[in-house]
Design a protein around this ligand. Structure first.
Ligand SMILES: [Zn+2]
Length: 96
């Protein structure tokens, strides 16, 4: 099985499987951040991923997602929730 060697800030050198790692790519897909949960101390850590790290992680089959450069804001979520709460029968909206 493929293992990814990295370092935990508490444990030192650790080995992860692709399933332990998640990769977030910036638009364009060349760089991003990855994060993992240490299998020893369960401490979750986030690290920047340069183009080389991104290509290595993708080659090992790590799951990734592309981050929207213009994410939904808290205010938009609040507006959406308020609209749902104002709707007496939200399921009606799904009925078309
Ligand atoms: Zn650790």
């Amino acid at each position: 099985m493929t293992t990814i060697k990295t370092t935990c800030s508490r444990c030192g050198d650790i080995h992860l499987t692709p399933a332990d790692v998640a990769l977030e790519l910036r638009p364009g897909g060349r760089q991003g951040d990855y994060w993992f949960t240490c299998p020893h101390c369960t401490y979750t850590q986030r690290r920047p991923a340069n183009a080389r790290v991104v290509s290595v992680l993708l080659a090992t089959g790590v799951q990734f997602e592309v981050i929207n450069p213009d994410p939904i804001t808290e205010r938009e979520i609040e507006t959406f929730v308020a609209a749902l709460e104002a709707e007496p029968d939200p399921l009606r909206l799904l009925a078309g």
